[in-house]
Each structure stands twice: as structure tokens, then as C-alpha cells.
Design a protein around this ligand. Structure first.
Ligand code: ATP
Ligand code: MG
Length: 607
């Protein structure tokens, strides 16, 4: 059984992980096996950063004939939930990957982890520490000072075994004791200064119920789970680099004792994805949802996979993005324009074209008979005749975009203005006469005349060239629709940072890699990279990240299935909303504009 290998649209380029795996295969280090794993904690929804890890783990396994396990890292009963597990499985499947029979839980190993802990105690390599957390922190030392032993470090093996058993049996309250490895208090690597591996938590677990009240900690659990599953390449993000000596120490001891099989897995670290104009830490995403700054986890402004999906992103675009950003060992910020470009590239070749008028005003063709209607023919895709064509009803009264008319046009404006000619796309050339205004001087209708010899598709019609070309819909057949115009969630590249890097460069849409300005903090377990901020990131929210337009769409769009994606000509790529769209009330979300116009006129700017 190999991991599913969806097509990635670019040829894979080499990266350090690909090279390592190729070398290990050549040297037959693992007998030709490649086994990776994606190990999410079931305590939140997956985001685009996780997608990088998923594509990497499943992708590397697939391209080497290997397998990738899905393992829920469910060692913290306080925060975890089955609901999250289901959403994580859906997200991995949606991205196009499959773990086959290899679905595991860290909690599957609780029994063995407990036995291994007893082994460490018996070998004199673990002890029960009853210091309070403050004391433990004080004795731990600092980067420049070594740690010092607690008075409990010298407990006898018998006493440790007895206390650990009683911890397990529920004799002590939360926090009364922890089990620590006995490694090296003087180590310059704080992770090796007798790390805690078990703590007491009188909290039922979503899978093991109230069987356990001691739970193993991440560093201890993760490496053992990897070894038990015979993982070969254990890929994680850079903040775990300093944990690797502990990873190796634990499994090496157990292998030495014959409790784990060799060859042992090896941990490799890669840079976490940081994406401009968004945030990715779980804490912040939860705050956005709970503080109602967005409408939920699947709000199309969110960087969650459920959010991106509802926004209109395709799995293909996300896989293309993951391939294009590659993997590196240095902290990096990727410009969100790169993600947007991947979606444009994917949908440009696949999405059928449709017409929508987002900010309608009326265009009246004065010399066109009021009772006449014609059918104009529009291709569904300009480069793909096999996708067919459709007809657009044409009549005397049309909807056009408000900004396709200018009374006093600026230089280079080729659309409607008094005296100017434009082509109504797939229809006729019209000559503008001017506009009709209401008492408040608002344009209520633009008037024009048409030239009957210029209908698109008829012989000779295209002979007369005009510069402007605008879209339209016949008033009598256009359908009203709600169109949600989504934009970036934040108005600055690095929300919460006091100084923004290279603001102009970040707008280029190219692979602007902005070096991290953050210190190389020592990360406690799971603290995400973008946690350290200097100002409130909520102050950087983009108030215009969602605008709603009362639009008109082609009649055919009313029956669009939910989640069908289209290019609305001249506007961008849109998706029929997965939840709210209904033939009686069509709703479309803008996934991305046609071009990267961020920071240009008309879009949000930093105040
Ligand atoms: P958070 O930063 O939101 O707390 P996490 O690392 O705690 O995320 P996990 O559920 O532990 O979330 O993540 C599962 C896997 O996804 C881990 O291997 C982790 O390294 C990886 N991952 C998480 N965030 C990113 C990211 N931004 N870029 C790349 N990989 C990531
Ligand atoms: Mg984590």
C-alpha cells in the first residue's frame, strides 16, 4: 500500500529532504523503506502551514514508493476532541492524500510508553520529582547557568517505581509529582536537563476514557511513537531542532535495551511556513473565531483549510504552492501573492467563464427595438473549445459596470464616455451618447446606439476595431445574486510586528522571501513561531476583507452546483458558496482577483 500520489503540476525540484531520502535509499539504510508521518494534535483546525507539512510528508512518501502515516498526537486530554480528528481527516483527504490502513494515535501506545518509563526508572534513568513547578523552573538553570539537582533526584529505584505506580493509580492530585528522565543537568541544551516525561492529569481522554490519569509528554511520546511505527524520516519544524538530541537519546536507550527495533527513525527539521497578511498560530486563529472577527473556522478569510476551501481554493492550487515554496532550513516568510498566483494558474486552465455585473448601472440602446431579443454566443473557455459555448440573451436594456462609464474620462480610458465606442463583448459595437441623471446627479442610465453590422461572430463584424471591450447582461434575464468580495485578512505583511519588512517588495507577487526579524527563541514544546509580536495583531485587521455586492449574474449561474468555480470575466475567480448558495438565492465568493492588485488604487492600505 503506497500513499496516494495526486498529480502535482510542476516537476519536483530537488530539496535537502529529497536528497537525504535518495541517499538513504541508495545506501539501503532502511532496506529501501520510506515511511513518514503527519502527526497533528487534534486540538484545532488545520491551516495552510499544516498543508505544507502534509504535502511534504505524503508527497515524499508517495514519490519514493513509501507510506505516510496519519498519527494523532493525542497526549493532552485537556484540549483534544474527536470533532477535530474528523475535520483533520477530511482536510487530508481533500488535499488528495490517503493514509490507507495507517491511522494511529499516540494514545495507542500509552501502555507501552508506561512500560518503557518503568524501564527507564529501573535503569536509574528516570525519577519522580515532587518539586513544585516554580522550584523546578528555578533549578533548571538558564542558558548561561547549569541546572541543579532537586532533592528528589536521589530517590531509590524502588521508591520511584512505587511512586510512579501510585501516580498511575490516581493516588495524587494533578501537579503533585512528575516523572523526569535523568540525563544531564549541566547540558548546554536545556531539553536534556532532566526533562519531564509524565505528568498527572485527572482528565478523561477522548479515546482512553478515565483509564489513565498520568499522561506522557510530547518529547517522550513522539520519538517512541515514530520508532514503534518504524518511521524512517521524521520531519518536523525547526523549533524542534534543539529537541533532536533528546529524541535520539530516548530511542537509543530503548534500542540498546532491545525494546525498540533498529534502524531507528531520524528527525529532520524544516522551516515552518509563515505567510504574509495572515496569522497561523492556533491561539490567534481561536481568538479570531471566538472574538467574532470572522464568522467561524471556515470563514473564507481564514487561512484554515476549511476556510481556503470555502474561499474557492482547490487542492491542486495548494499542492502547487507547497511544491513551489519548497523546503528550507531557514525561517522564511512567503508572500501570500504566491498562494494567490497558484490558484489563478490552476483555475485559469480549468474554470469556465461566466458573466457577472458586480456594481450595475443600466445601459439603454436607444436604436434597438424594445421587443427584440437575440442570443449572443460566448465560449465557456477562450482556449478550450471542448468546454463548449453558451448563449447570452441580448436586448435593448443591459446591466453594465458602473465604472465602465466616465463622463470625463482620464487619459487612456477606453470604455464608455460621451462619443466613445466600445464592443459589448460577444455582441455589438455601441457608441455612447451620455448619461441620464437623477435629481441628486447620480447616473441612472447610460444611453448609446448600436451598429447592427458589428455583431460578434457574423462575417465582417470584427473588421471594425475598437479599444474598449466591456461585459454586460440583459436586464430582463439577469439574475440577482449576492457576491462576497473577499480580500486579505490583514493590511500589513506581518500582523502584529511594529516594523514591516520590505513592504513594497512583498507586493510583487513573486517569491518575496523576507528574513525573519524575530529572535531565535527557545520554543517551549508547541509555541508557534509567529507568537512573539510587538503590537496587537488585531489592530492590523483589514476592515475591507469582505465586501458584499448585490450583483447580477448570467441566468445559467443560478443552477450552479455548490462549490462550482468560475472565472467571472474581468473580475476574478469565484465559487458558489458551499453552504449559502441556493438557486433561490445565489451566493458566490471571490477566491482571488484576476491580477495581483494588492496595494494599488482602490484596495486597502495601511492607515
Ligand atoms: P500551531 O503552531 O498552530 O500550534 P502545531 O505545530 O501545534 O501548530 P500540530 O497539530 O502539532 O500543530 O502540527 C502538526 C504538524 O504540522 C507538525 O508536524 C507541525 O510541525 C506541522 N506544522 C504546523 N504548523 C506548521 C507551519 N506553519 N508550517 C509547516 N508545518 C507546520
Ligand atoms: Mg505542534
Amino acid at each position: 500500500m503506497t500513499a496516494a500520489a495526486p498529480q502535482t503540476e510542476t516537476a519536483p525540484s530537488s530539496n535537502f529532504l529529497r536528497q537525504i531520502i535518495a541517499e538513504d535509499l541508495r545506501a539501503r539504510k532502511y532496506g529501501g523503506r520510506v515511511v513518514t508521518r503527519f502527526p497533528p494534535e487534534p486540538n484545532g483546525y488545520l491551516h495552510i502551514g499544516h498543508a505544507k507539512s502534509i504535502c511534504l510528508n505524503f508527497g515524499l512518501a508517495a514519490e519514493n514508493g513509501g507510506v505516510c502515516h496519519l498519527r494523532f498526537d493525542d497526549t493532552n486530554p485537556v484540549k483534544e476532541d474527536v470533532e477535530y480528528e474528523e475535520s483533520i481527516k477530511d482536510a487530508v483527504h481533500w488535499l488528495g492524500y490517503d493514509w490507507g490502513p495507517h491511522l494511529y494515535h499516540a494514545s495507542d501506545y500509552f501502555e507501552r510508553l508506561y512500560e518503557f518509563a518503568r524501564h527507564f526508572i529501573k535503569a536509574g534513568l528516570a525519577y519522580v520529582d515532587s518539586s513544585n513547578p516554580e522550584e523546578m523552573r528555578r533549578l533548571r538553570g538558564t542558558l548561561t547557568e547549569p541546572g541543579r539537582p532537586s532533592i528528589y533526584r536521589e530517590r531509590s529505584i524502588e521508591e520511584n517505581l512505587d511512586l510512579f505506580r501510585r501516580m498511575k493509580e490516581g493516588e495524587f492530585p494533578d501537579g503533585a509529582h512528575v516523572l523526569r528522565l535523568n540525563i544531564d543537568l549541566a547540558s548546554p541544551n536545556i531539553n536534556l536537563r532532566d526533562p519531564a516525561i509524565y505528568r498527572i492529569r485527572h482528565t478523561p481522554h477522548h479515546r482512553t476514557g478515565d483509564k489513565w490519569c498520568v499522561y506522557p509528554l510530547y518529547d517522550y511520546t513522539h520519538c517512541i511513537s515514530d520508532a514503534l511505527e518504524r518511521i524512517t524520516h521524521s520531519l518536523c519544524t525547526l523549533e524542534f531542532q534543539d529537541h533532536r538530541p533528546l529524541y535520539d537519546w530516548v530511542i537509543e536507550q530503548l534500542a540498546e535495551a532491545g525494546l525498540l527495533q533498529r534502524p531507528l527513525p531520524h528527525q529532520y527539521e524544516f522551516a515552518r511556513l509563515n505567510l504574509t497578511y495572515t496569522v497561523m498560530s492556533k491561539r490567534k486563529l481561536i481568538e479570531l473565531v471566538e472574538g467574532k472577527y470572522v464568522d467561524g473556522w471556515d470563514d473564507p478569510r481564514m487561512p484554515t483549510l476549511v476556510g481556503l476551501r470555502r474561499r474557492g481554493y482547490t487542492p491542486e492550487a495548494i499542492r502547487l504552492f507547497a511544491e513551489r515554496i519548497g523546503v528550507s532550513k531557514a525561517h522564511q516568510w512567503i508572500d501570500i501573492g504566491m498562494l494567490e498566483d497558484c490558484l489563478r494558474e490552476d483555475l485559469n486552465v480549468r474554470a469556465e467563464r461566466r458573466i457577472a455585473v458586480l456594481d450595475p448601472i443600466k445601459l439603454v440602446i436607444d436604436n434597438y427595438p424594445a421587443d427584440r431579443e437575440e442570443e449572443c454566443i460566448a465560449p465557456n473557455h477562450p482556449q478550450k473549445p471542448e468546454l463548449g459555448r453558451r448563449s447570452l440573451p441580448f436586448a435593448r436594456e443591459l446591466w453594465i459596470e458602473r465604472d465602465d462609464y466616465e463622463e470625463a474620462p482620464p487619459k487612456g480610458y477606453f470604455r464608455l464616455s460621451p462619443g466613445a465606442e466600445v464592443r459589448l463583448r460577444y455582441g455589438y459595437i455601441v457608441k455612447c451618447l451620455g448619461a441620464e441623471r437623477d435629481v441628486e446627479d447620480n447616473v441612472v442610465a447610460v444611453h448609446c446606439t448600436y451598429d447592427p453590422d458589428t455583431r460578434s461572430g457574423t462575417p465582417g463584424a470584427e473588421r471594425r476595431k475598437v479599444k474598449g471591450n466591456i461585459h454586460w447582461l440583459a436586464v430582463r434575464s439577469a439574475q440577482s445574486a449576492e457576491v462576497r468580495l473577499y480580500d486579505r485578512l490583514f493590511i500589513v505583511p506581518q500582523p502584529g510586528r511594529a516594523t514591516q519588512p520590505n513592504e513594497a517588495g512583498a507586493n510583487s507577487g513573486g517569491p518575496a522571501r523576507v528574513a525573519s526579524t524575530g529572535p531565535d527563541t527557545i520554543f517551549d514544546d508547541h509555541v508557534p513561531f509567529d507568537e512573539a509580536t510587538e503590537r496587537n495583531y488585531l489592530d492590523d485587521l483589514n476592515p475591507e476583507a469582505r465586501k458584499t455586492a448585490k450583483a447580477y449574474v448570467e441566468p445559467a449561474l443560478v443552477s450552479a452546483p455548490r462549490e462550482a468555480r468560475y472565472q467571472f470575466e474581468r473580475h476574478g475567480y469565484f465559487i458558489a458558496d458551499a453552504i449559502d448558495h441556493d438557486p433561490s438565492r445565489p451566493v458566490f465568493n471571490r477566491a482571488v482577483t484576476l491580477r495581483d492588485s494588492w496595494g494599488k488604487e482602490g484596495s486597502a492600505k495601511r492607515p
